[in-house]
Design a protein around this ligand. Structure first.
Ligand code: ATP
Ligand code: FE2
Length: 326
């Protein structure tokens, strides 16, 4: 079975094609970048419409397939920005209707987890999903993917991008902060905010902003990384201890950071827990993860009527009906 998946939750429009074995045959995408890193929903949605035709052609070319070879269409049904989600949903409905094949709406966050499991071989991980807009610690328990910890304000990637902008580093800030941090050698005390198992970044963001020009950017970046990655690691360790899992999966764009990876690995090694990172090409927003999730859900028996494919911008990870895990 071949599934074509459409991702359009935010500023990335992606078309992925995946087979039943999880082979990624195509993963075409376009991301509307802005100078500041913010997202303008209407402009992003317009870009999605403009790039749709080119991306679908390029994905089919990469996969060496024709539209008639596609057996299933899946798309990001939520969570995300309404204007952006709608473009993907309309594209998906028209393709499925034209080809007369089934259509499945996918939860974006769950797709991040399942493609990570497929590519790393992990089967029941605590997932650290650390991207631009999202930061969640998720694990399967009681027939749902439960969110054990999450940001109470902004996503960790957006936080790093804001710090980068205050320092005049340009967008995206995350990789530049990582580079500067590697030459920092003084830890500056910063607010460490873990509340229960949730965390917050806005107080820290204000504090760092005040310290710019008073401390070196190198030492500030070093201290920012040590603080926020320790917050994520603490929450992950607590989730592990609470539900007794023995695997950790790191995904999302911030997963590219070597310091975060090293901290989580150290914690996992200390606890005798397996640690894996989702490959970079599949850890940011992409269509292949949506296509793979389409295969996973269709194979487990999920079917949707057209009326059930309305987008849901606020669809939470723990509201998803899990039909594919025993
Ligand atoms: P989502 O909609 O899932 O939140 P997104 O498109 O906003 O996705 P991703 O593509 O998953 O986010 O990740 C982008 C973020 O990753 C940016 O905020 C960027 O600064 C951050 N990032 C990328 N590389 C690094 C790095 N080496 N260290 C820290 N952060 C990084
Ligand atoms: Fe995402």
């Amino acid at each position: 079975m071949i599934c074509l998946g459409i991702e359009s939750t935010a500023h990335t429009f992606g078309i992925g094609i995946v087979d039943s074995e999880g082979n990624v045959l195509a993963n075409a995408r376009h991301t509307l970048e802005t100078e500041t890193g913010g997202i303008h929903p209407i402009k992003a949605a317009q870009a999605h419409i403009l790039y749709y035709d080119m991306l679908i052609k390029s994905a089919l070319k990469d996969a060496k397939l024709k539209l008639e070879n596609i057996d299933l269409i899946s798309f990001s049904q939520g969570p995300g920005l309404g204007q952006c989600l709608r473009v993907g949903a309309v594209a998906a409905r028209s393709l499925a209707g034209m080809l007369n094949i089934p259509l499945i709406g996918i939860n974006h966050c769950v797709a991040h987890i399942e493609i990570g499991k497929q590519k790393t071989g992990l089967t029941d991980p605590v997932t650290v999903y650390a991207s631009g807009a999202n930061t969640q610690i998720i694990a399967y328990a009681g027939e749902k993917y439960r969110v054990f910890g999450e940001t109470l304000d902004i996503g960790i990637g957006n936080f790093l991008d804001n710090i980068g902008r205050y320092m005049g580093l340009g967008f995206p800030g995350g990789p530049k902060i990582e580079k500067l941090a590697s030459t920092g050698n003084k830890y500056i005390e910063l607010p460490y905010t873990v509340k229960g198992m949730d965390f917050s970044f806005s107080g820290l963001q204000n504090k760092v902003r005040q310290l710019i020009n008073k401390e070196s950017n190198e030492n500030l970046c070093y201290s920012v990384q040590e603080t926020v990655f320790a917050m994520l690691t603490e929450s992950t360790e607590r989730a592990l201890a609470h539900i007794g899992k023995n695997e950790v999966l790191l995904t999302g764009g911030v997963g590219a950071n070597r310091r975060l990876t090293a901290m989580l690995k150290q914690m996992c090694d200390d606890r005798g827990v397996k640690f894996e990172v989702c490959p970079r090409s599949l850890s940011g927003d992409n269509g292949a993860m949506i296509a793979w999730q389409g295969i996973v859900e269709f194979t487990s028996g999920k079917r949707q009527e057209l009326i059930e494919t309305e987008i849901d911008g606020k669809w939470r990870t723990d509201q998803v009906n899990i039909t594919w895990i025993n």
